[in-house]
Design a protein around this ligand. Structure first.
Ligand code: GRF
Length: 199
């Protein structure tokens, strides 16, 4: 059977993408990255792609900060289709996914979010958990729908909040778990687990 091909979207430093590549290199994840696309010129995730010899591209959106204009979203869909990807992996992608993308890749877009959803959707969710006096935080992998961090939950890992934790120390521990969890979840797709994505 051919390998599951991933299309990675990211806006930031790309530590989750790097963890996915490392899991592939270690033989723990039997997938290949078809393309990495960023909406942020100069994002670290593009450097990781370039260093690893993975195809990468940028999209430029001037009009909106939190979503793409319909014509740019169409361009993104074209790039992902051109790369023949089976699963779209959001790895620190900071824009809402709109209807065009959702219907083009129905049931094939996943995201990782640094909280125990449905608690604390949105930005800086580790800080929200700390400020709410929670005893644990964590991370969640979920299918993407039209809401903000509202799609069906696939897997989550809890991270205890320790006495003396700062937002930064808690965020760092959550990210360690994210880098473990995301490749594991993707490998369940490779095995035909969560849903079979290879036609
Ligand atoms: C991660 O913490 C992820 O949960 C959130 O954005 C961050 C991306 O970090 N959605 P990185 O770019 O993968 O390092």
């Amino acid at each position: 059977m051919r390998k599951l091909r991933l299309g990675i979207l990211g806006s930031g430093k790309g530590s989750n993408f790097k963890a996915i590549l490392e899991a592939i290199d270690r033989g723990e994840l039997d997938a290949e990255v078809g393309i990495v696309i960023s909406d942020q010129p100069g994002a670290g995730i593009l450097d990781h792609a370039a260093n690893a010899g993975v195809p990468f591209a940028q999209i430029e959106e001037q009009r909106y900060k939190t979503k793409l204009s319909p014509e740019i979203e169409d361009k993104l869909i074209g790039m992902l289709r051109g790369a023949k990807v089976d699963l779209i992996v959001l790895a620190g992608y900071m824009r809402m996914v709109k209807e065009r993308m959702l219907s083009a890749f129905e049931g094939r877009i996943i995201n990782i979010h640094p909280s125990l959803l449905p608690k604390f959707p949105g930005i800086e969710s580790w800080r929200q958990a700390l400020e709410a006096g929670e005893i644990e935080a964590g991370c969640t992998v979920h299918f993407v729908d039209a809401g903000m961090d509202t799609g069906e939950i696939i897997a989550q890992v809890a991270v205890p909040i320790l006495p003396g934790d700062t937002a930064a120390s808690l965020h760092e521990r959550i990210q360690v778990e994210e880098r473990r969890l995301y490749p594991q979840v993707i490998s369940t797709f490779c095995a035909g687990g969560s849903r079979s994505l290879i036609a």
